[in-house]
Design a binder for this molecule. Sequence first.
Ligand code: ZN
Length: 282
Amino acid sequence: MRPPSDARTALVATLVLLATSVSAACSSEPRAPTSSVGAPKGVATAPPSRSAAPDLATSAPSTPSAPSATAPPEPDEAAPAAAAAAEAVPPKPAFTATVSAIGTDLAARMTPTSWREGCPVPLSDLRYLTLSHRTFEGGVATGELVVHADVADEVVKVFRTLFDAGYPIRSMRLVDDFGGDDDASMAADNTSAFNCRPVAGTDRWSEHSSGRAIDVNPVENPWVRGTAVAPPAGAGFVAREPAPGVILPDDVVVRAFAAAGWSWGGAWESPVDYQHFSTTGR
Ligand SMILES: [Zn+2]
């Protein structure tokens, strides 16, 4: 209501300038040390800090806009509030994802390990996804999956939900890194999707062959039939006691996939496939 005096206006301008320059410094700061970190130590913690930096940088610009809008009426409170807000907001890691077609290099990487002539779907029907995920160590990493083009966007949504819920994933690499060998991928506790292969012990194509099935943390969520357990390291998780990575009925993982229309192999009678989600329920 009260018109600000010239001195007040000058003060406001100074504070706004100060706040802006402080914020600008904050937003550019994380990039400098990150890019200059060339030391080989701390390899495990480097990816989380790298992915945290862009988020801090992108969220920072919203901070100066608030004080500059509110500064004129209440300059004495706005500036300290801006400083406090900048200090109070922790660098929250952001979920990021990409969806792309199977390019020439990737096609070469996938052939003939996970894909070959005669598979139910052509490479042009598949998509390559990169997805942020939480690690068991409390960090953030980027994984990769190949899925059917029809489900690519909903799979991104599922993994965004898992990320936001803090659900950890051990490893998320293409099965081609394991020679297309599902047993080797499972033994490495690797989360994966597309793999053109028959259902074990049958001549029927697995749902993984169309990129419409995903196996999540296979060690914590093994395949079980009678006394048979795959991978063998999953034997310690057959009892289904709550633990990091263990998927339980109606938990955040099951609900995230269900929201996309996917069903869980953990609900099967025999075999029970706790790691397996698919669009068809097979
Ligand atoms: Zn599966």
